[in-house]
Design a protein around this ligand. Sequence first.
Ligand code: ATP
Ligand code: MG
Length: 751
Amino acid sequence: MGRTDYLDKLNDRQKEAAMYTEGPLLILAGAGSGKTSTMTHRIAYLIREMDVSPYNILAVTFTNKAAKEMRERVQKLIGEGVNMWILTFHSACLRILRRHAEVLGYGRDFAVYDPTDQKTVVKNICKELNIDTKKFTPSYFLGLISHCKENRISPKEYNAIYGTDFKEQMIGQVYERYDRTLKGNNAMDFDDLLLKTVELFEKDEEILEQYQNRFRYIMVDEYQDTNMIQYTFVKLLADARDRDGNPRRNLCVVGDDDQCIYQWRGADIRNILEFEKDFPGAKTVKLEQNYRSTANILAAAHSVISHNRGRKAKKLWTDAEDGNKIVYYNADDEKDEAYFVAGEINRIKSRDEMDGAGDYRQFAILYRTNAQSRTFEEALSNRGIPYRVLGGLRYYDRKEIKDIMCYMRLVQNRADDLALVRIINEPKRGIGGKTIDKLRALAQVRGESLFDVLLDRDVVASFSSKVSENLRAFAELIETYGVEQENMKLSDLYDGLLVNSGYLKALEDQKTVEAESRIENLMEFKSVISGYEKEDPNMNLPEFMERIALLADVDNHDSEENAVTLMTLHSAKGLEFPYVFMPGMEDGLFPGWRAYDREDGLEEERRLCYVGITRAKKRLWMTSARTRTLYGRTDYTRESVFLHELDSRLIEGDGIYDRKEKKAEAVFRDGAAEKMPVKPFDQLKYAQAQTRKRAEAMAKAADMDFAPGDRIRHPKFGEGEVLECGNGIIRVRFADSIKKLALGYAAIEKL
Ligand code: ATP
Ligand code: MG
């Protein structure tokens, strides 16, 4: 074959799309139909056959990982290293702005502010405006600002539209100053990169033309997840004319409306659905053959997604064999679920069924929320199966988990300077590096621990009044928990620390997606504790810390090489694995809460389910747990509506429970999105409320009056009789011991 033999790997439709180089082109096709492959071949074709210079091509996608993969695939096809713009939206815009920032009044060497820088800016503004950052956190403002920028609402416009009540006025003011500050500092944030590029193009026709002429061929992967600004960016570049004044519009977008999973972050599915309207005369190519999955997996995916209403009808076919059925396992609880998965991985791997040498890399566990990873990490490491958590950290490596463990470490051992330094300003207490350096110097001279130094009133008083007040409060917190720990139930200690340190509140105030996920992880830690408390109600802090230390130390294998991948369903978009597990198929978990809180939420969750199923090449497992301890609370669960939607002929293993709530099910089956399904119990909200209630109940005891002779009940020691009281301390005789207790650290009841 000639030079185009690389195209022979494509089917006719794909080839047609790859060779259709002039005018707007939409490749709208289901998962695994070779959209991304077609796009990379198209780039190769342009360069090799059409003599298009790589200089004239722009290909954009969403993640660095996807961009890198695409670049490598193209490189392979054209057999040489070329410097081409195959980039994420953000990096493409950054490159453009570096050249023309002056037009917008920026210097070319403008800084790009990351979220930490952004926070610093907002914090300073709040100080200037006397805004209480405990009530309104920097993240709160930044979330709103980002939302404004995504929707191209300038500070001026914001103030004109909103700005009626006090809160909105305040937001408007912060936004305006934030905008001014960044500009004054010659800086842009991530949202600016896109926004300013669009502004640049709109402001300066010559520059726009320059890029229109340069990027004669534009391609966008995962187009279904573009938001308004990204759309505008693409549209501006593509609306070009050639020398004779004829529209060129060599734009090729690739996507699948069934895989739009970022609407909750501003992605607009209409961008892909209305492509043909936006670009009249567009050619649409539908790819219908799926090359990734077995027929059964594909049919399963289809049976689920067909319940969505707002979709373009399309169906994939495959000439792959049926393959195994989807295995459904209904576990007793989440531990059983994780052990089942670990067991299946070992079983499959030890069989000759696998390609090549049986590689752990062929397995992926795709869950809905990060907090689910913990039980799998435990089960896998107990079986000696290497794993890596992609696009995230291992559970015990996560910041919030490390922070709270440092609180516990410090309470247990006040000489733990390392733990102290990590949390003394976490949450923010205005205790900066200089203060810590001073304390450290003193500790060194005196040969004491940092905490010892903190207990010295004179030392603490030597700082500014605010700092010294915060230092004192911190020291008192640790000191009292240190003394009281042995009188406290572990779970009470945990809840108390979370609330009284202000850690939980600081996260709750942020109201961001990230903060929410941190809260999920912290609440999940209660499951760890409740597990140990069930085993041994009297487990004390040192014992607990020892057990945790062993769990947290899962560093015993090479995690990059040859490891099972754990990640969220969201981050799995575009990827593929031979063996895929989808755990947690339960209402309230998957579909998750967005299904109930937002119109169209269920449809977006269903698309996510479709993305998950279609990642699997050879085999797919779905699991659920009859009872799940999530966030420290054990509940009966309800099997996911998606399991019910799945064609039961494609499932083997456990049968899916025939629900009693037939009505609720009927609502789902009709895909009637306007009728919301029966909302399951919100465990996360419950866990947060419970933590707070516990801390309050403990604090309340400090205000109670006790007298000798009172009968009380203590959560850890049971019933007892008060012997003495005074100064916030009581002495109590319990069945087999006499204890001295500080009030306020256990929810003591009077009987
Ligand atoms: P997604 O929607 O998940 O992003 P996609 O449509 O981009 O999927 P690709 O990732 O391009 O699909 O391809 C899926 C799989 O099918 C890949 O393993 C790819 O190598 C293979 N494939 C694509 N086209 C063909 C073909 N014509 N013949 C054989 N295999 C193919
Ligand atoms: Mg793809």
